[in-house]
Design a protein around this ligand. Structure first.
Ligand code: COA
Length: 376
């Protein structure tokens, strides 16, 4: 790394207009430059305000940031995310370097800072991720790294793959990122709506809301979120059940609002017992007017086999058309081995656009240090 590159802790300003916000804004811009460079699209643009709200101190996770500065430019960033109320063995570590400044050791220097923070916080498992768009010509045969799950692979020649492997991370799982072009798939979606069994004759009813869950459903919805955290295929990723309750749901709603986002949620309620059987969530930021993100979709095991997964998604999509008319594309992320969810998405017209590598490293503390012992 050049002598004029420095790694500096990035303090998180109180607002984007605060006198000390310049470095945070430069790092936020860098994140978007790298995202565009990696994915070839601005669909995943993250407004600086959204990045700020996520980084601010809060009860469920702590975010630590550092920048690499060359002269007066921010050329790299490291982010360490530490869950605080569950999964306290984990640290999510993300290193990003401007495309014009790679292969000079900046990534390695940022990683050393991030790893030291995570170890000092007593974390013993590091997770990370990298994105790999689908290319027209595919990756050359024999130059692919398969996930430990056996489903999905990523190109061995990608810089992030070489970097993660150099640091000893394992490719535990690959997620497929798919996109649905709403105008292009209108006929297919209309046909799916028409083929739906009328909900009036179903043992389930669908309820939808914008942003804030109605108070009578709060605890039941929190229970779905808790289940969702481990209901998806996780491969070898050591993610444990998240500690969701009503207060955490309200916190998430507040964070989304403060970051400029909106969500649409549809749940299925079993009429005779009143139990919530499943949910689905769409998220949208006006800064990316043409884009929405399909987040969670869950149907509890005892309520599967009734077509609820598709019904939930179609109902939320219908709401999206009314509430967010500018949206043209929906992106979603699923484990490459999640056959049931992928087949629903394919039926709706989602097609693969990229793959996300899920990396993991189990940290072995030095012999003279107990696991979790603080070093700082
Ligand atoms: C991955 C990334 C952070 C690497 O940053 P960098 O500053 O170029 O990394 P470094 O120069 O410190 O490289 C450290 C080592 O990683 C490996 N490496 C990094 N890029 C590589 C590449 N393009 N080809 C082969 N090996 C590579 C090498 O072993 C390198 O050591 P060497 O240069 O002595 O051979 C950068 O490419 C990036 O920002 N990618 C997009 C963001 C991302 O996906 N981050 C998640 C990573 S898990």
């Amino acid at each position: 790394m050049g002598l004029n590159v420095q790694i500096e802790v990035l303090s998180i300003p109180g607002s984007l207009t605060a006198p000390d916000a310049a470095d945070f804004l430069a790092a936020a811009e860098l994140v978007n430059i790298i995202e565009r460079h990696t994915t070839g699209t601005d669909d995943f643009y993250q407004p600086p305000q959204t990045q700020l709200v996520r980084a601010m101190p809060q009860p469920y996770e702590q975010t630590l940031l550092a920048i690499a500065r060359q002269d007066d430019r921010v050329i790299g960033r490291a982010r360490v995310t530490l869950p605080l109320s569950d999964n306290t063995h984990l640290a999510d570590v993300l290193v990003q370097v401007h495309p014009d400044h790679r292969r000079r050791g900046v990534g390695l220097a940022l990683y050393r800072w991030a790893a030291a923070q995570a170890v000092a916080a007593g974390r013993t498992t590091f997770s990370s991720w990298s994105d790999h768009p689908v290319t027209a010509d595919g990756v050359p045969a024999g130059r692919e790294l398969p996930a430990a799950t056996g489903s999905g692979r990523v190109p061995l020649d990608a810089p992030s793959v070489a970097f993660a492997m150099r640091l000893g991370f394992q490719l535990e799982q690959v997620e497929r990122m798919s996109v649905l072009n709403l105008a292009g798939e209108r006929d297919r979606l209309d046909a799916l709506y028409r083929a739906q069994r009328p909900m009036e004759s179903s043992p389930y009813e669908l309820l939808s809301w914008r942003n804030d869950v109605p108070a009578p459903l709060l605890d039941a919805y929190a229970a779905l979120r808790r289940t969702m955290s481990t209901a998806v295929p996780l491969g070898g990723m050591d993610f444990r059940e998240e500690d969701w309750d009503g207060a955490r749901v309200r916190h998430e709603e507040e964070q989304l609002r403060a970051g400029g986002g909106h969500m649409l949620v549809t749940v299925a309620r079993h009429r005779s017992t009143g139990e919530l059987a499943g949910h689905t969530v769409l998220e949208h930021y006006p800064a990316t007017a043409a884009v929405a993100i399909q987040n969670d979709t869950l149907v509890l095991p005892e309520h599967r086999g009734h077509g609820l997964g598709l019904s939930l998604k179609l109902a939320n999509l219908r709401l999206l058309r009314a509430e967010w008319p500018t949206v043209q594309r929906i992106h979603t992320f699923n484990a490459a081995e999640n056959g049931p969810m992928l087949s629903i998405n394919e039926a709706m017209g989602f097609v693969p656009a990229s793959y996300t590598a899920q990396w993991q490293l189990t940290v072995t503390p030095p012999a003279n240090q107990l696991p979790g012992e603080r070093t700082a």
